[in-house]
Design a protein around this ligand. Structure first.
Ligand code: ZN
Ligand code: ZN
Ligand code: ZN
Length: 370
């Protein structure tokens, strides 16, 4: 049974965004079609050459500007009934229209994902304005998930676990990587995802390339295989990695898998509110360094996840940002031995009031498959 979900509280998100803008000295936030727009008003618009923009200003009601022909779609989304929807027509100049909705000058925060053509159009009609990236205003807000969002992420993670549990019951030996990838895509959707977003299958030496594109290599007996895949379910993303062994693993694979597993556990144990993101990275890295594989852990320990597959907070050395309850991110240390094999183990975790919970439950043992 799935828990009934609360509708997202867009009204309070808009109010919080205006507060964050005020606190950051930003006079207007201009949000293009992007996950930011979905987060704030529940309108999943396609980025187009025609300008669509939500304007959030401290002390003023928010307004959504859309091309006239998109008005029905915008109205059908959560944005209808939530805020004023203004329109412009194809014969008109969208930038002149938006100019009148913005202060004459000041600091405008524009979506990180706004197309350059629109940023330049905005800059041309507001030459006095200083443009900054909207992540400065919105990413802290988006990084702290509410209960409803965490439940959606947990559901997406459980679906990804199911896809993993299914693939390991199959024979992998003798199959091409891309064939296994195709099965993973199917299983994600059959387990409840709306779409699969990525499907890494790295067998044998290909496992040493963290983002390997599955190809026509045949998976051989005795090899390890890195499986890293995920998708989107009800708007929220999943992302899981497990490394399996086709038949009995070599002593080296067993040892490296054990190190990565201990590193992953150490990072998980380090998570609690107030701890710096980089300390979680450090906890994983120390285990791998002490085992003598420090040079082979060639990426950060994790990334935030939510409406996007990769978003703040980043679990990386140099990020002193303190973790807060409600943050969700991956913990995915790995060891990559060029020409031989690679091992990575990845779970999505959520920061709780006094620690963390794992949203993925698939076995972290070295699973042996046929
Ligand atoms: Zn990755
Ligand atoms: Zn992943
Ligand atoms: Zn990941």
């Amino acid at each position: 049974m799935m828990a009934p979900l609360m509708p997202h509280d867009h009204r309070s998100r808009l109010a919080q965004a205006a507060d964050e803008a005020r606190g950051a000295g930003v006079d207007a936030v201009v949000v293009a079609p992007s996950p930011d727009l979905v987060y704030l008003i529940g309108y999943d618009a396609l980025p187009l050459e025609r300008l669509t923009a939500l304007i959030v200003r401290p002390g003023t009601d928010p307004v959504l500007l859309v091309p006239k022909l998109e008005q029905p779609r915008a109205g059908d989304s959560a944005a209808g009934g939530l805020l004023e929807i203004a329109t412009w027509r194809d014969e008109g100049d969208a930038y002149q229209v938006i100019r009148h909705m913005l202060p004459r000058s000041g600091t405008f925060a524009v979506s990180d994902r706004m197309w350059a053509i629109h940023v330049l159009g905005l800059q041309a009609v507001a030459p006095e304005a200083k443009l900054v990236p909207a992540s400065q205003v919105l990413s802290r807000l988006r990084a702290r998930k509410d209960q409803g969002e965490i439940e959606l992420l947990a559901q997406a993670s459980r679906s990804a676990d199911q896809a993993f549990d299914r693939i390991v019951r199959e024979r992998l030996s003798g199959r091409q990587e891309r064939d296994v990838a195709r099965s993973l895509r199917e299983y994600l959707v059959e387990a409840g995802h709306d779409e699969a977003l990525f499907w890494i299958v790295g067998s044998g030496p290909n496992g040493a390339s963290p983002h390997h594109d599955p190809g026509d290599r045949e998976i051989g007996a005795g090899e390890s295989v890195v499986l890293d895949f995920g998708g989107r379910r009800a708007g929220y993303c999943s992302d899981i990695t497990r490394t399996v062994s086709v038949g009995e693993p070599s002593g080296e694979v067993r040892e490296v898998h054990d190190v990565v597993r201990r590193a992953q556990e150490a990072a998980f144990q380090a998570v609690k509110p107030g701890v710096a993101a980089e300390e979680v990275d450090g906890a994983a890295r120390r285990v791998i360094e002490q085992a003598g594989y420090g040079e082979s852990f060639i990426h950060r320990t994790g990334h935030g996840i939510g409406l996007e597959e990769h978003e703040p907070p980043y679990i990386v050395r140099g990020n002193a940002e303190p973790l807060e309850a409600g943050m969700t991110f991956s913990i995915e240390p790995g060891i990559y031995l060029q020409g031989c094999f690679g091992v990575r183990i990845e779970d999505i975790v959520a920061v709780t009031g006094d620690g963390a919970e794992r949203l993925n439950q698939a076995s972290r043992d070295l699973t042996i498959v046929a």
